[in-house]
Design a protein around this ligand. Structure first.
Ligand SMILES: *Cc1c(COP(=O)(O)O)cnc(C)c1O
Length: 366
């Protein structure tokens, strides 16, 4: 047997250790996970009720077209229902975009470092990934434009960018879209959009209505707190949505996910509270990082990237032993950087306390 030659080099996704295992191995009673940008406040109680109310439907296939949820999302954003597509997380929409648009030899452009799923899925299709280094931690949009050629099919803009948390403004994205040729699809991955309080975050729904070759991706995994249910969505031009639908599996989102998402998108009070708490968390963490003289990127999602000015891997290990799981990834090629999810105030304070100890343990100067 011979798998496709473009997949043999791909790493198998290595999930973070389950919290119970970390507790057992390190003999800890409490572990705080600030590693995956999950919502520290869980999800809306209305979403929980919706799941429980539908528990008897487990034996029934879900609505493959997610008709009710499509109508609700379309109404929420004032777009047509044929502009909306759902995936098992926005991860699956990234996969479907690669599947629908990329053939071997095609090129796709992304930042470096950025969310790894763009390159991963492009490689499965045999496409060539052009990775453009961030400039001051932010997408270098001009350098990305400079790499477009006749083979370019997709450009991925991760905004705010994961792992740096930095963002590109509405005007920057408009100027970018004006310069991108019509044969290139621009994917605006906005997994953290609902957290944004900057005032100049792109009005992407207006942009996808204006630019046929732009699609915006959102998810219920982050501020909505439904990561385990796997549901995200894309909004774009009907022709793009149709192409994605052509490669979509018939029952790609579960009935529970659809019902929970429907309740979640209607509970605006919960989302507003989470956004507010997150903004306060960023203020708190920023103050603490300044006091510790650690540089950090301006944060526009629910996570922060901070320069610990020592081995990030060692700081990660030291924090883990203290029961705090954060993220450090050697593939970022940012050896002194760590990424931490903004938690509840209590979690943030425990993280800062543990970080102070960890910084002392891991001597400065890498
Ligand atoms: C978390 C995340 C996603 C998608 O998560 P799903 O759980 O698959 O919806 C997409 N893009 C970025 C940048 C993310 O951080």
């Amino acid at each position: 047997m011979q798998p496709k030659k473009n997949i043999v080099h791909l790493p198998v996704y290595k999930p973070g250790k389950p919290m119970d295992e970390v507790k057992r191995e390190l003999g800890l009673t409490e572990v705080i996970k600030l590693a995956s940008n999950e919502n520290p406040f869980g999800c809306s109680p209305k979403a929980k009720e919706a799941i429980i109310a539908n528990i008897d439907q487990s034996s029934i296939y879900p609505d493959g077209g997610a008709v009710e949820l499509t109508a609700a999302v379309a109404k929420h954003f004032n777009v047509r229902t044929d502009q909306v597509i759902f995936g098992a997380g926005s991860d699956e929409i990234i996969l479907m975009l690669a599947r629908a648009y990329l053939v071997p030899g095609d090129e796709n452009i992304m930042a470096f470092p950025t969310f790894p799923q763009y390159k991963h899925n492009a490689e499965i299709e045999g496409a060539v990934s052009i990775e453009v280094p961030l400039k001051d931690g932010t997408h270098d949009l001009q350098a990305m434009l400079d790499r477009i050629n006749d083979r370019t099919k997709i450009i991925w803009l991760c905004n705010p960018n994961n792992p740096t948390g930095t963002m590109n403004s509405h005007q920057e994205v408009v100027d970018f879209l004006n310069a991108v040729p019509a044969h290139v699809l621009v994917v605006l991955d906005e997994a953290y959009a609902e957290y944004n309080v900057s005032g100049d975050y792109p009005d992407s729904i207006a942009l996808v209505n204006q630019y046929k070759n732009a699609i915006v991706l959102r998810t219920f995994s982050k501020i909505y707190g439904l990561a385990s249910l796997r549901i995200g969505y894309g909004i774009g031009h009907p022709e793009v949505i149709r192409s994605i639908n052509q490669v979509r599996e018939p029952f790609n989102t579960t009935g529970f996910a659809q019902k929970a998402a429907l309740a979640a998108i209607q509970d605006e009070a919960f989302i507003n509270d989470c956004r507010e708490a997150n903004a306060q968390g960023i203020v708190y963490l920023s103050e603490q990082f300044r006091a510790l003289k650690l540089p950090f990127y301006p944060a526009h999602g629910n996570f922060m990237m901070v320069d610990v000015q020592r081995s990030g891997a060692q700081v990660f290990d030291s924090l883990l032993r203290k029961g705090i799981i954060i993220r450090h990834d050697p593939t970022w090629q940012l050896p002194t950087m760590i990424r931490v999810t903004v938690g509840s105030q209590e979690q943030n304070e425990k993280f800062i306390g543990a970080l102070q100890l960890a910084l002392n343990e891991v001597t400065a100067g890498v």
